[in-house]
Design a binder for this molecule. Structure first.
Ligand code: AMP
Length: 249
């Protein structure tokens, strides 16, 4: 069974996000970029399924600027077998990504698509669900455990009230949550080996998809600055402040 893993290149999670001075988005010039952390978890899960002999091939797909090839190399070093880069300078939104993935899934025929539950740059949490809808496939979102058995996927999901396990018929879409696993670091020999693994580069037009955005971002602004805390001298002062100054935010 093939597993397809979509991976997004995003601002590294350690970087303090800065809004562009004209308020049109987040500053990415000169900023460290990395694989979306939930996508690393998705790759790790796919590699573990291959190590167990359940999966035969892992295909890492990234869409965006040419530098997404670096993100694919990271996935190849972790254990993916080959990459597909859909290269475009267009600003990509979840529907366009899902439509392009739909065409790739039809071409590659994977038994499983494992992706991140959300990208940490736009926090959309939409692409997996849209892809499942476009394909008419089952979906197991926010997965913290995946067991493949009897031709089905048993996915334990993190929901508000606790954990829920769903049985999904294959092929299916699974989106990875934080507790699914702890991704490995690529070893030096595997980084070297990854250089020889193939990456196919195509354009959105090759998939017959117009990636033009459907949503217009009106403005991007930083959250209001929080005021510094104060030390109170007595319980009476604290009670007075709670009565007169405290607000529910
Ligand atoms: P989102 O719906 O934008 O929060 O993204 C959810 C997941 O969709 C990500 O964790 C990735 O697995 C996948 N995804 C989103 N955008 C891209 C992209 N440009 N290239 C590859 N995968 C993507």
């Amino acid at each position: 069974m093939k597993i397809l893993v979509p991976i997004k290149r995003v601002v590294d999670y350690n970087v303090k996000i800065r809004v562009k001075s004209d308020g049109t988005g987040v500053e990415t010039a000169g900023v460290k970029m990395s694989m979306n952390p939930f996508d690393e978890i998705a790759i790790e899960e796919a590699v573990r399924l291959k190590e167990k002999g359940v999966a035969s091939e892992i295909i890492a797909v990234s869409m965006g600027v040419a530098a997404c090839a670096e993100t694919i190399r990271t996935a190849l070093a972790m254990g993916a077998d080959r990459g597909v880069l859909v290269e475009t300078d267009a600003e990509l939104q979840p529907l366009a990504v899902a439509k392009m993935l739909q065409v790739l899934v039809t071409r590659e025929q994977p038994g499983l698509v494992i992706m991140g539950k959300q990208a940490i740059d736009d926090d959309m949490n939409a692409t997996g669900q849209m892809l499942a809808a476009l394909l008419g496939w089952s979906q197991g979102t926010f997965a913290s455990k995946i067991v493949l058995e009897d031709g089905a996927a048993f996915v334990t999901r993190e929901i508000d009230g606790g954990l829920e396990t769903v049985k999904l018929s294959l092929p299916t879409i699974i989106t990875a949550d934080l507790r699914l696993n702890e991704p490995r670091y690529a070893s030096l020999p595997n980084i070297m080996k990854a250089r020889k693994k193939p990456i196919e580069t195509i354009k959105p037009a090759d998939l017959g998809v117009d990636p033009a955005p459907r949503l217009t971002i009106v403005s991007v602004a930083e959250p209001p600055k929080r005021q510094a805390g104060v030390k109170v001298g007595s319980v009476a002062e604290l009670v007075a402040k709670l009565k007169l100054e405290a607000k529910v935010i």
